[in-house]
Design a protein around this ligand. Sequence first.
Ligand code: AMP
Ligand code: ZN
Length: 668
Amino acid sequence: MKDIKQNIESLRAALRIHNHNYYVLDAPTITDYEFDEQLKTLQALEAKYPEFYDANSPTQRVGGAITKNFETIVHTYRMYSLDNSYSKEDLLDWEKRIKKLVDGNVAYTCELKYDGASISLTYENGKLVRAVTRGDGVQGDDVTANIKTIKSVPLQLTGNYPDKFDIRGEIILPFEGFNAMNAERLANGEEPYRNPRNTASGSLKLQDSAEVAKRPLECLLYNVTGTDLGIETQYESLEKARSWGFKVPEVATLAISIDEVLEFVTYWDVKRHNLPYETDGVVVKVNSLQQQEELGYTSKAPRWAMAYKFKAEQVATVLKTITYQVGRTGAITPVANLEPVELAGTTVKRASIHNADQIAKLDIREDDTVFVEKGGEIIPKIVGVDLSVRPLDSTPTRYATKCPECNTPLVRTEGDAKHYCPNANGCAPQIIGRIQHYISRKAMDIEGLGGETVALLVREGLISNYADLYTLTKERVMPLERMAEKSADNLVKGIKASVNIPFERVLYAIGIRYVGETVAKKLAKHYKSIDAIINATQEELEQVNEIGVKIAESVVQFFALEENKTTVKRLEDFGVQLSMTEEELEGQTELLKGNSIVVTGVFELVSRTALKKLIEDNGGKVSSSISSKTSFIVAGDKMGPSKKEKAEKLGITLLSEKAFLDKIGYQI
Ligand code: AMP
Ligand code: ZN
């Protein structure tokens, strides 16, 4: 037994080092394959010997924990904002103010302002114990489960670290990873994400940490906070943080005068375009922590730091035409086609305009000279019109009234920012988009068939809905452009194999508006078959846990269309899973119906994931935070004191692991 423990420990230690080499230092010493093999070995050992569970093991990075409600946490040290400056004069003025308040020379640390979502990490005895978003600066959300999946966040520190401290940084999504995510979305017929920053910050609040684990996020650190840390300068704190295993960008530079600060700013204003991630400025900090303390804080920002914002690059060019694009859901997006122009290192030909309101607000017209800016967005946007050169015969833009693809009159419901083409079953991009969604990875995951081929199949008249996919034969697809015998074979095989995809994913795949993965899972579990869902009334649907009016309405509307019902019926005839199988139904009860249950601590008999699954299988709801709505708590070993206190205060029952398993009649 001792040997096994040692084996597990040394695998963990080795994987930590490889992780650090790869994700923090960008200098791996083993192949990805070797890494995966070692990780698998560790996973297998941990599964076999759950008594050696460690929440900070490298295996925990794959995620899996679901957070329904993010617990609010008060920051031990407030997270301040930064004052902004926009010119070198502003920086010189700032220096003057500082010099009046402190004695002696002032040196500065210059860093880049990383553009993502701020995060505060708490470490105790070298272990990550908590990760909290900035929130309003005073309190934020506990997003620990999600942050743990980010490989550049060390779960276990190395070297000579303090017992307890907070470290702040920015969760970012480098361009490369962001572009790869978007390429996959486009291939799946999904809307691309707008910009890395919003995608990074949105990721922190995803409920499924396994989803976060798939995103190539990084954490760049810039501030160490705590008491008695034995650190004297900002620059030293960065170096130390690096030595404990954190990713601290090497661009951070010590400047011994404001002139050197200005040099740093000038240099990066140009070089920023070569960075692998986004930055919108520089952050200058007084280096001496002693001087920082003397300077203190205003009500919103430290006096010892200043952000310098780079100017977003802007150019003027002529807008030739406004055209309209139709998405999978029928949503219309206007696009500005521009006279090609150079901007921040790329040639820009198109700019996005969000909707009709945006056109009206800026009074954008064809033949106008417009100002185009590249902010965080990958596609640049129009920020204004040069009215002084507007042609005399110019007339206001009349927004499209008909679908550019199928000529159907567009509709816009109140409260919707966008116009829609209502011709869902007769409008090519919508038909193609729905089939692309159907075959996508999270839906039917059909191998051997890509988004482009779907478009081709539709345009060639071979299919017009997803049920038609099952009528395809090798002979029928072979004549298609660029289709070889082998690929035709794979395509047909891939489609055939999809009849084994479980019901809950089929329900997601058929593309009912507002029925995402999670909702599909809920509906599948509750109704167990498509027929039961088709027969459910709006009122009944609304009674299902977490199904709101909007979703219920959309489900009813979907099946009110005879065409949709027929297509789904055809899927069934082709053997697609439209109900839960015996196997899936096994172990499903309603024993915990209406219960909201919190799981906390360390367990011995079954894993935490298994416990959560048991709760859901028995009709209960897993919640991550204790509130007056909590029915009871399944408390393992080492339940946190603050949780314990909260439970006592609210008078909520604690059940041991054993007592809970008995309650649902689960035999080990
Ligand atoms: P603002 O949101 O404009 O008030 O700017 C403050 C935010 O800048 C902080 O909350 C940080 O998340 C972020 N930031 C990015 N890079 C740095 C850095 N190097 N030092 C300090 N803050 C930074
Ligand atoms: Zn249309």
